[in-house]
Design a binder for this molecule. Structure first.
Ligand SMILES: Nc1ncnc2c1ncn2[C@@H]1O[C@H](COP(=O)(O)OP(=O)(O)OP(=O)(O)O)[C@@H](O)[C@H]1O
Length: 567
């Protein structure tokens, strides 16, 4: 049996067991009420025998069914969460979260919607998605999965079971006394539908403000922890702490109001419960004390069981955006070639872009770019900051599908601007690119990026740890280790985004020359600001404002002086 089928079965079992437990509760109340009222008339003991057995049977069965409901409900919810976690991790592992451009639509924005803006937008998610930072996205994902669990256990299951109880009790009372049944139906409608609807509307309005405040606070806390050193350095720490404290108080105020709404909903429900019981007592008073007691107690118990519907409705409103975020991550198209605007090039290393545009929201990063890169050449991409170089590289890598136009290429790999070093050894960081590589090969790529000397001075050599994000290395060493890893991968097309910008001009040029020599005869595309090293490349592509301004294939290159156009 598949996991989803067994989950559905367990959910159905939980609903049935929960409803049976409620029915037993109803039976227990009715039989106990009848027993007490009838015993007051001092009949022979034999007249009470059946009711006594009924009370015991209902009491025992109610406990058993309630236990079964918990068991099946938790089994279904936890099983679903485990499955969701796997799907979610798979979706997240397919590509960088939250970097999708508008091209791929809202779904591709992925957890962008999970960012504070979306949370702030509340259930409607009315604000345009913005880019969340890694920490935020992770925090949201963890919380969102908990929300998926709560939705079943604390929201849908109690609501369905309570509603069933209301219907069952109404039918039971109507059969015994139609007027009392009608009275109970009215009370059940108020407690089961009208009050929950009103509290859901209030929760929607308040929830948007609470989640915006919560998201803002989370951001401030993240800034305080990630940016602590900078805040200290610029004397801004006190201001940042004060702003976070202000937000804490604001959030507390909003949560108090929100708690007040819940309390009013519960109080209104209890008032309706009491008034309905009084109404049932008054219409059934003439039917005799025994029947009247049964009807009143049944009314009280049935409406009591329905009181949680209001809280479930509020919870539903609160949890809905979280579930929408999980769904958006799961339905996000995976990055890579399968997107409609990408086609696989038949010639290895050949890259052709036709009218390719990429938009991030309203910002156009690439504007109808036409570009043909012949295979097995080294290409430098230049341009001023914001010209669209990294976006072009991301399109060539198959990480960002074009909003418009067609890209014909095969997946490329390389070293991007946000490349990461893992908190492990030099060796493990390199082997990520090629797990079977021998030490000699590792030394060779380290030599190519001129890190061998540095490695020789390390206590453990290749087994020396690099620290979190490579913090035990200098910026230039970090960049060269990342470059060595990209070289080790030895892809058909190697993409490098500013691979030597952290190095001094002389070393940078020398490393670039070594890398291009090592890649001779294979396609290598390098985003760079180094005008002093352009003579090392076969092709030069100059970008400006999202367009290719010049594509120089090297035939008649006369480079002297700056090549970047002034803006
Ligand atoms: N993920 C994103 N979300 C929103 N806007 C983005 C995103 N990535 C890039 N942009 C915008 O797209 C434009 C091009 O950015 P890109 O990073 O491609 O430029 P670049 O030429 O590589 O710049 P730099 O040399 O400074 O790295 C910029 O205006 C930038 O603000």
């Amino acid at each position: 049996m598949t996991a989803s089928r067994s989950g559905a079965l367990m959910t159905a079992l939980a609903v049935i067991a929960g409803s049976a437990a409620q029915l037993c509760g109803l039976g227990l109340t009715a039989s106990a009420a009848w027993l007490i009222a009838r015993a007051a008339e001092q009949p022979p003991l034999s007249a009470l025998g059946l009711a006594i057995v009924g009370v015991r049977a209902f009491a025992t069965a109610r406990g058993l069914f309630a236990y079964l409901e918990r068991l099946a409900g938790h089994d279904a919810a936890l099983g679903r969460i485990a499955g969701l976690r796997v799907l979610l991790f798979r979706a997240l592992a397919q590509g960088p979260i939250s970097t999708g451009p508008a091209a791929a639509g809202p779904a591709a924005a992925g957890p962008a919607a999970a960012g504070p803006a979306a949370a702030g937008a509340g259930p409607a998610g009315a604000e345009p998605p913005t880019r969340p930072r890694d920490g935020e996205a992770l925090t949201h994902m963890v919380a969102d999965l908990d929300a998926a669990q709560d939705m079943r256990l604390r929201c849908l299951l109690p609501a369905v079971v309570s509603a069933f109880m209301g219907i069952a009790a109404t039918v039971f009372c109507t059969l015994l006394h139609p007027a009392a049944g009608a009275m109970l139906a009215g009370g059940a409608l108020l407690i089961g539908a009208v009050i929950p609807m009103m509290s859901a509307v209030a929760a929607r309005r308040l929830g948007a403000r609470v989640s915006a405040a919560r998201a803002d606070l989370a951001l401030r806390v993240l800034d305080l922890s990630d940016g602590h050193a900078d805040l200290m350095a610029f004397g801004a720490l006190d201001r940042a702490v004060a702003a976070a404290e202000h937000q804490v108080h604001r959030l507390a105020r909003l949560e108090r109001v929100s708690g007040g709404v819940s309390a009013v909903a519960v109080a209104a429900g209890m008032a309706v419960q009491g008034l309905t019981a009084i109404g049932v007592a008054s219409v059934s008073a003439t039917a005799g004390p025994v029947l009247c007691a049964v009807l009143v107690l049944t009314t009280l118990v049935a409406l009591e069981a329905m009181l949680p519907i209001s809280a479930a409705a509020q919870l539903y409103i609160e949890l809905r955006p979280a579930l929408a975020r999980v769904r958006s991550v799961l339905s996000a198209p995976s990055p890579g070639l399968p997107a409609a605007q990408m086609s696989a090039s038949t010639v290895p290393g050949r890259i052709a872009l036709r009218g390719v545009s990429v938009c991030y929201g309203k910002a156009e990063a690439l504007d109808e770019v036409d570009l043909d890169l012949a295979p097995d050449r080294s290409v430098a991409i230049l341009g001023q900051s914001g010209a669209g170089k990294s976006t072009l590289l991301a399109v060539i890598a198959g990480l960002v599908p074009p909003t418009k136009g067609v890209a014909s290429l095969r997946p490329a790999r390389g070293m991007y601007q946000d490349a990461h070093l893992f908190n492990t050894t030099v060796r493990a960081n390199l082997l990520m690119a090629k797990p079977q590589a021998e030490d000699a090969e590792l030394h060779r790529v380290l030599e190519q990026v001129r890190l061998n000397e540095w490695l020789g001075g390390l206590p453990g050599g290749l087994d020396c740890p690099v620290g979190e994000g490579g913090r035990d290395m200098s910026g230039g060493q970090r960049q060269r280790l990342l470059l060595a890893r990209a070289l080790l991968a030895d892809p058909e097309v190697l993409l490098l985004d500013e691979p030597t910008e952290a190095l001094d001009a002389e070393t940078g040029r020398a490393v670039l020359a070594d890398v291009l020599r090592a890649r001779h005869g294979r396609s290598t595309v390098v985003v760079t600001h180094r005008e002093d090293a352009l003579d090392l490349f076969d092709d030069i592509v100059i970008m400006a404002r999202g367009r290719v301004q010049l594509h120089d294939c090297g035939e008649s290159r006369q480079l002297s002086g700056p090549v970047l156009p002034s803006t």
